[in-house]
Write a protein that binds this ligand. Structure first.
Ligand code: ADP
Length: 163
């Protein structure tokens, strides 16, 4: 069975990777769907986000990274995915994820949303927190895959040089 794990991945974190590794053990194939959105200043572009997902999942042969725009359910269907994976951290994620899942089910009833829990040590991780830590030049090796830590370092070094 084929599953899609959609998100903005701005950038991909150890929390995302934890969910992807779990999903890759459950499904024959997992597509990471990197959503197009107008990148804000200081954020990664669509291509950068997808490339970092690729580099971070190179060790998982049944995981493929694709970019998409428009409705995620349309993209999932076109790719032949029967399941959409979402990660749930704390209760705070639940309300948003519930309305998203119910809306997607209404739009495309044949695609089932499946929630996976990350391992406890990744429960608190978010991309926005990572961006804040990067800005403060914190050591990110426990929070993001190595290619992401390098990319963040370069990004914020460039920003400092412009000041
Ligand atoms: P979106 O912009 O669609 O919320 P994200 O890239 O932020 O996309 O997240 C994609 C999915 O991964 C969401 O279901 C989100 O709740 C989940 N997620 C994000 N961080 C973690 C984490 N640390 N542990 C588990 N799930 C996570």
């Amino acid at each position: 069975m084929k599953a899609i794990y959609p998100g903005t991945f701005d950038p991909i974190t150890m929390g995302h990777l934890n969910i992807i590794e779990k999903a890759s053990r459950i499904f024959d194939e997992v597509i990471i769907g990197v959503a197009d959105f107008t990148a804000k200043v200081d954020h990664f572009t669509l291509e950068e986000r997808a490339e970092l997902c690729k580099e971070s999942t190179a060790h998982l042969p049944n995981v493929k990274v694709m970019m998409f725009s428009g409705m995620v359910v349309e993209f999932a269907k076109a790719q032949g995915c029967q399941v959409m994976i979402r990660g749930l951290r704390a209760v705070s994620d639940f309300e948003y994820e519930l309305s998203l899942a119910l809306t997607n089910t209404k739009l495309m009833p044949e695609i089932e949303t499946l929630f996976l829990l990350p391992s406890l040590r990744y429960m608190y991780l978010s991309s926005s927190m990572i961006r804040q830590l990067a800005e403060l030049d914190a050591d990110l090796k426990d929070f993001v895959p190595a290619p992401v830590a390098r990319a963040l370092k370069t990004k914020f070094a460039e920003k400092d040089a412009q000041k």
